[in-house]
Unconditional design. Sequence first.
Length: 163
Amino acid sequence: MSPTEQLIHNKKLKGDAKKRRTLAWRYMPRGLMHSTLNQWLRELEIETQIVHSTDINEEANSNMVTFGTNESLLQDWGKDSIKAFVLECAELYNLKNTVAPMTFYSWYDEMAGQIRISAVSACHGKLPFRCNVNQVGLGAFIESFYTQSSIEPYTLNVWLKGI
């Protein structure tokens, strides 16, 4: 079990069973995540309200959050810090989702220079993209930020997790 996973399991919140898990970033050692990413997580916790809809595009757009980046910031933050950030975003969405199973997903918009996250209800059975989607593991997903290329042309690398 990673230090982050261990912290999630060791720290408990009062409330129903799902809420007893807590966000690891609150207790994460400072060296594991860049301060900017920690600040974004704090803001995300305050501002995020998960929307459920029968319209997949409405749901995806309502739950989408973007984080601006550039090559310099990516280098400064480092791969491990970004990986921890994306995992904690998924955990935050999981904690905020109290209605029905969903799919949390993240992608890197190369043209906009943004890490994007969102969630859609699992009952849709798909993601709301019209382009080809390449589902990748988290490590390959983070690596694609630095290479700024999808495995295939006109294909979007997406990391997803059931929440």
